[in-house]
Design a protein around this ligand. Structure first.
Ligand code: PHE
Length: 477
């Protein structure tokens, strides 16, 4: 079977050069910018800092690092490797590396997950984009969280505004996607990533130089292992999937645009470290300022859209820093959304032979429809719930807690047990060009045994299944 795989994949690689059929990232720097653009997102700005603060500070960072090294990064390496080998969209990649088997279902679940994440992610991005303008016009400049809370409430409970901003975001990302992989995604992220770092550093300096900043650093970094529970580990693992954009076909799709000479383990590790740095800097930009002005750190959206405006309003030239902050969040969200939208678009252009314009318009149109159920979750549809969740929360829960971990679990099983060491070694050494056998062995050992066991245990535990299984085996437990 493996020789067949080699043949199919090999011809796909040749097809890339022949007739200019397949677009891809053109430079090593472009690969890093695009991949980092996907990883860095709203996850860094509200998920990571807040989760770190409430889950035991440095203790959580250690657990997050461990789950990234043992689960997130190995899945990221696996996905990019398979994508580059097959040079195809998420579904076709798995059909190529495992012909006549059911593994393509992982790709299909990825396309579905990309859709569902986009459905709610575009709405959070919509609020971020709206806030750039609101901040610039001074509309949310109040040190009173009740006022900023009312301003946020009036935005999200207004169905017309919610929909229009979401569609605006869809138009922006669709235009970039239509421009293509190198001219659209690579060019945009290559320009935006340096701007993101620059703004982030400026905000960190502002935050750290405020009197009383130390308390915020303590909230973020003091290790408190008493707050670490089983649920903390599940949260850390879910976050490492979401952060590195894995478990749902994004990295397969981006891997298919990687250059042949790209050192996959080195590149993905760099992206992982840079992403971690952005998360920590985001925490440093946010919490010292929050504490310096005596605010309570809130969770998720309320931290971003209610507390932060009040914090900035409390400092001199606060509105300038506020505009910068929301530009930062918008840049982060854009890179992530591009990588999400590319998953279904790549599938439609390659598998169904649609033009890029047609594939993008079709996907965005469908997204405007499905996404509206998330956009209207705080207004028209606020009373409609499934399993006790609004559409917005349901899409978030389904993807982060189920689809991504399940996708990652099967990817690691496939690579470790079906594809096997020989293929992995070929692919990760760039057909023997790189001398990185030790790293490949380490990676293979982890992805074959450690990753699947960890994901399975944490997943079953999170869904409450593990407890029941243990009870069935030992009713006395
Ligand atoms: N990594 C992005 C973030 O942290 C989210 C994302 C998830 C993007 C899955 C693509 C795929 O915000």
């Amino acid at each position: 079977m493996s020789s067949l795989v080699g043949e199919v994949a090999g011809s796909a690689v040749e097809g890339r050069e022949g007739k200019g059929v397949r677009d891809g990232f053109t430079t090593g720097l472009g690969v890093i910018a695009a991949t980092l653009g996907s990883a860095v997102g709203l996850g860094n700005i509200w998920k990571f800092p807040f989760m770190t603060g409430v889950n035991g500070g440095a203790a959580f960072i250690i657990i997050y690092l461990l789950s990234t090294l043992l689960v997130g990064l190995p899945v990221m390496i696996s996905e990019t490797m398979l994508g580059r080998k097959a040079r195809a969209d998420a579904i076709t990649t798995l059909r190529k590396v495992a012909p006549k088997q059911l593994w393509w279902l992982i790709g299909a679940s990825g396309v579905l997950a990309a859709f569902l994440i986009l459905a709610f992610y575009t709405e959070v991005a919509a609020w971020v984009f709206a806030y750039i303008f609101k901040a610039a016009f001074g509309e949310i400049l109040s040190t009173n969280p009740e006022v900023t809370s009312a301003a946020f409430g009036s935005l999200i409970s207004n169905p017309v505004q919610s929909l229009l901003w979401q569609w605006g975001v869809l138009v922006v990302i669709s235009a970039i996607i239509i421009a293509g992989v190198s001219k659209g995604i690579e060019n945009t992220t290559k320009r935006l990533m340096p701007v993101l770092f620059l703004i982030l550093v400026m905000l960190c300096i502002r935050s750290l130089t405020l009197p009383g900043a130390a308390q915020g650093l303590a909230f973020l970094f003091t290790p408190d292992f008493s707050k670490v529970t089983g649920a903390t580990v599940l949260t850390a693992m879910g976050l490492s999937f979401f952060k590195l954009s894995v478990g749902m076909g994004t990295m397969i799709t981006y891997g298919s645009y990687f250059r042949d000479d790209q050192d996959i383990p080195a590149t993905t590790t760099k992206v992982m470290l840079a992403d971690l740095l952005v998360s920590m800097l985001a925490g440093i930009a946010i919490f010292p300022a929050v504490f310096a002005f005596g605010f309570e750190p809130g969770a998720g959206p309320s931290l971003l859209f209610i507390t932060i405006p009040a914090v900035f309003a409390s400092m001199p030239f606060g509105n300038i820093f506020m505009v910068l902050f929301f530009i930062l969040a918008a840049i982060a969200a854009t890179g992530a959304m591009l990588s999400l939208l590319e998953v279904p678009v790549a599938f439609l252009t390659e598998k169904k032979n649609y033009s890029r314009v047609k594939a993008t318009l079709l996907t965005s149109g469908l997204l405007a429809l499905i996404g509206s159920t998330a956009a209207l979750s705080n207004s028209t549809l606020s009373g409609v719930t499934l399993f006790g969740m609004t559409f917005f929360d349901l899409y978030d829960y389904l993807t982060s807690n189920i689809l991504l971990p399940v996708g990652g679990l099967f990817i690691s099983i496939f690579v470790g047990w079906v594809w096997g060491y020989k293929e992995v070694k070929q692919a990760l050494s760039n057909e023997g060009v790189l001398n990185n056998e030790k790293i490949i062995q380490l990676f293979f050992g982890i992805v074959k045994v450690v990753t699947p066991i960890l994901v399975a245990v944490v997943l079953l535990n999170g869904l409450g299944v593990l407890e029941e299984l243990l009870w069935l085996l030992h009713p006395s437990l």
